[in-house]
Design a protein. Structure first.
Length: 121
């Protein structure tokens, strides 16, 4: 059964392109461009992975979105994307962060890693 991915990206042409890549790889994808839509999808659909832009103008950022999503589903894997320098951010806390521009291989590799089981510490 195909995994359900929620892709949140405010740049609509980029969101459409990334959504097509994910869909062609065999996943079911819901693409939204706003925080509010993302929360609605998270509430109503069984999402297996959240892929989100970190900085979204006129909206709550991807970090806040992932925190809210994980309040509902603590084990939900998240892959972040950003065009900004995040060198001061603890990547061990965030996990997977893709630097834009994101190409097909980067995105699909990150998705595959997100679905790999993690070992208990």
């Amino acid at each position: 059964m195909a995994k359900n991915i929620l892709l949140v990206e405010d740049d609509e042409p980029l969101a459409a392109a990334l959504g097509t890549i994910v869909e062609q790889a065999g996943y079911r994808v819901t693409v939204v461009s706003h925080f509010e839509h993302a929360l609605n999808v998270l509430e109503s659909d069984a999402i297996d992975l959240l892929v989100t832009d970190i900085v979204m103008p006129k909206s709550i950022n991807g970090l806040a979105l992932s925190r809210m999503a994980r309040m509902r589903r603590p084990t939900l894997p998240v892959v972040y994307m950003t065009a900004y320098d995040i060198s001061g951010v603890d990547r061990q806390v965030l996990g997977e962060v893709l630097r834009k521009p994101v190409d097909r291989e980067m995105l699909l590799d990150a998705i595959e890693r997100a679905f790999q089981p993690t070992e208990p510490s």
